[in-house]
Design a binder for this molecule. Sequence first.
Ligand code: SF4
Length: 379
Amino acid sequence: MAAKKRKGMRKAGEAPGPIAPPAMQTAEMPALLLAWYDRHGRVLPWRILPGATRGGHSTQERPDPYRVWLSEVMLQQTTVATVKGYFERFLARWPGIQDLAAAALDDVLHAWAGLGYYARARNLHRCAQIVARDFGGVFPESEAALLRLPGIGAYTAAAIAAIAFDARATILDGNVERVIARLYRVETPLPKAKPRLRALAEKLTPAARPGDYAQAIMDLGATICTPRKPACPLCPWRAACQAAQAGVSESLPRRLPKAARPIRHGYAYLMTDKAGAVFLQRRPERGLLGGMMEVPSTEWRIKPWSMKEAAAAAPARAEWRALAGEVRHVFTHFELRLKLLVGQPARLPRAMIAVAPDRLSEQALPSVMHKVLRLGFAG
Ligand code: SF4
């Protein structure tokens, strides 16, 4: 006799969904996650509180908004392991928002060098100045007010509101998207699935301890519900998780295939004077690597440059010598390949500065320019 069809069972070939409520009641889930977080939450420098007894997971005290904001801006596009050192150095140098607001932009860019995405550093500085000047050095508490500050997008505003002010704000970063997509077995690929994931994440966000909950779900994604080989047996939400029950966790979230990153080409001009000082210039304030120092270069374009073309486009006259090898650097939207021309112009071109090799470390040079200098000095 054919087995009686269970309620909600899909026919073969049917697409999964609509999403059914998990076996565990949604209302129970935040408490389970918070209990896990109280035992296993990560101890991170920006979570440590004076007087906190559990690595900063205190429910009584809230972290300093300045520390939360600084860490969240640094964590955009950067790993926790990399951010830790930068966070501690920033805090030692600029312990409060007023200190950062009073700093020279160049010092901030220099301290940021190596973290990449330098628009973040410029916005960080502008944001500090606005909070210091317009808000008396106190961060606004609402997501809407935070969103109006430079460099604070939807994710960062929600993270600050939740973590620093314990507001019931829903954060949705890559970690949280992964957890939610698996929990509810959302098969729609990203980025199309985002609104659905947000709605599900919002529904789960509790009114009690929303700040700890935000950090808990981030930690779950970072340490248990990892992109590969999630540790489902250790997960507090195992009983509710539809992907784990179907054995498809690792395949979620789905993503549309990424378009190949285009390659752009250029020549950098490593110019020195007779004493060996290197000629640098500042990039325009707006745009990629805005306000950072650089070794001058041609336009970075799709069509490769010939050496003759590059020599003709140089910012100064010199006997140019091409170096073997090239610098490769990956930006978000393209990969850059830079060849090098070395020369000694008769004089320093306008708007450039000559920097002795032992003083180069004092300049706000992005990683790609460190690569250029390394290749230049090796050649
Ligand atoms: S049970 Fe596994 S797949 Fe599901 S949320 Fe937990 S770690 Fe992620």
